[in-house]
Design a protein around this ligand. Structure first.
Ligand SMILES: *Cc1c(COP(=O)(O)O)cnc(C)c1O
Length: 438
């Protein structure tokens, strides 16, 4: 990737060609026709619009303007290095959930102080790496993790800034229960009624500085009330910690990610209403606001481009079989998620079809009983809202090499990840492994 590839349009006003729009009947990413991208990269391929990422970042950043804050992009939504570099240039930090994501963030130019380390099951090695990297916050999810981290810190003579990830036990509605993380009994976070005690412990442990309070209540939230409820509980906890004399090192109020985007007709989270709740509360607390948005920044910045291989009728159903499948985009199969699908060019009259992939699983589908313009084998489809939890969840199942990721910025196109080769499929395997006894 060339110098300045991502920065040259940085301060330009939003352009008319930003995002995924149809021009003369053909769908474009920014100024580039998706048909041309298919010619360049082949299919299937992920296509990301840098303009959309910039616009979403700017919207959220502006909404939080009234309070000191930093957006720590959740790497697990899409960890592509070029996207990470773009977000770093915009001023983002990162939120990571593994040492692998720490490595990605560092490769994209982030420093330790840009990093918030989340996750319910950090290993001792990961904690050691977090300490060595001098991260801004380790978001601790249990008393046992806190004690382990204190041991690690003492061993190397460091004091580690810690935020307690509390389960605020709020009512959360998400599209699928797999994406709900802040209700009573979920595996995430310290149960609310134990948090004060764990905070006392944190304040007493050598090697630990209690620097923040944290929650992450779920993903694809389109109602904002859970943030208000969760925030109220964090602030109540903060008052209790102050009363216990443990609050003087507190600097950060981390409200996690979870802001929803539009996949279909659902309304997007109301950013103004969100800001009206969060900004005054954060401001009154005197703490720096930390947010960990993933999907909100990149979800609608990507499409999966796929070619129709076949059409067939079976059992009274019309099937459109595409060259992409659950191996590329797992969300329909895993979360029963809805993704808009449209032909990238003009198409005949719509009919009701199932859009399915080539993988040998009945769960390999993108849409069922969906109205889709009449397409022929060879035609190209765009599967929308595929920028978050798309490429990162892809697999090589059925020995399918992972697909390329293309970043578009205005009129320019960059190969942000190459298509894997067959050699990549077997790179770490050995047909004649060396036998040994242990
Ligand atoms: C997944 C995750 C996020 C990001 O969630 P989005 O719904 O993509 O915004 C933020 N924080 C933590 C701890 C997470 O696990």
């Amino acid at each position: 990737m060339g110098e300045g590839l991502l920065t040259s349009h940085r301060d330009a006003a939003p352009r008319a060609e930003a995002g995924f729009v149809r021009r003369d009947g053909w769908l474009h990413a920014d100024a580039v026709a998706l048909a041309d991208i298919a010619g360049f990269a082949g299919t299937p391929a992920y296509v990301y619009s840098a303009s959309v990422v910039r616009a979403q970042y700017a919207r959220l950043d502006a909404a939080l303007e009234g309070v000191p804050h930093r957006l720590h992009y959740s790497v697990k939504a899409n960890g592509n290095l070029a996207l990470l570099a773009l977000l770093r240039e915009l001023g983002a930090g990162v939120d990571i959930v593994s040492a692998g994501e720490l490595y990605r963030a560092q490769r994209a130019g982030f420093g330790g102080r840009d990093v918030v380390f989340s996750g319910v099951g950090k290993t001792v090695t990961e904690l050691e790496q977090a300490v060595a990297a001098d991260v801004k916050l380790v978001n601790v999810e249990s008393e046992a993790e806190l004690r382990l981290l204190a041991d690690v810190a003492r061993r190397v003579g460091r004091v580690v800034p810690v935020a307690l990830r509390v389960n605020p036990e709020v009512e959360v509605e998400t599209a699928h229960h797999y994406t709900r993380t802040g209700a009573r009994g979920d595996k995430f976070g310290i149960p609310y009624d134990e948090a004060r005690e764990v905070a006392r412990l944190a304040s007493s442990l050598e090697g630990i500085r209690l620097a923040g309070l944290d929650m992450h209540i779920g993903s694809q939230l389109t109602r904002i009330e859970p943030y208000a409820d969760g925030l109220a509980r964090l602030l109540e906890l903060r008052a209790n910690i102050d009363a216990d004399g443990g609050g003087e090192g507190l600097r950060y109020l981390d409200i996690g990610g979870g802001l929803g985007v539009t996949y279909d007709a659902e309304s997007e989270a109301d950013l103004d209403a969100f800001a009206r709740i969060v900004v005054p509360a954060a401001k009154a607390s005197g703490l720096e606001l930390v947010m960990e948005p993933g999907r909100f920044l990149v979800g609608n910045a990507g499409v999966l481009l796929t070619r129709v291989l076949y059409r067939k009728r079976s059992g009274g159903k019309d099937y459109v079989i595409t060259d992409a499948g659950m191996t590329e985009l797992l969300r329909p199969s895993h979360y029963n998620a809805f993704h808009r699908i449209e032909p990238i060019g003009p198409a005949g009259e719509a009919g009701v079809v199932d859009v399915v992939g080539p993988v040998c699983e009945s769960g390999d589908f993108f849409a069922r009983d969906r109205s889709l313009g009449d397409v022929e084998p060879g035609d190209l489809l765009a599967i929308s809202s595929a920028g978050a939890y798309g490429a990162v969840m892809s697999s090589q199942y059925n020995a399918r090499p992972r697909v390329p990721e293309i970043l578009v910025d205005g009129e320019r196109v960059a190969l942000a990840r190459e298509r894997e080769s067959f050699e990549d499929l077997v790179r770490h395997e050995n047909a004649t492994p060396e036998w040994r006894t242990l």
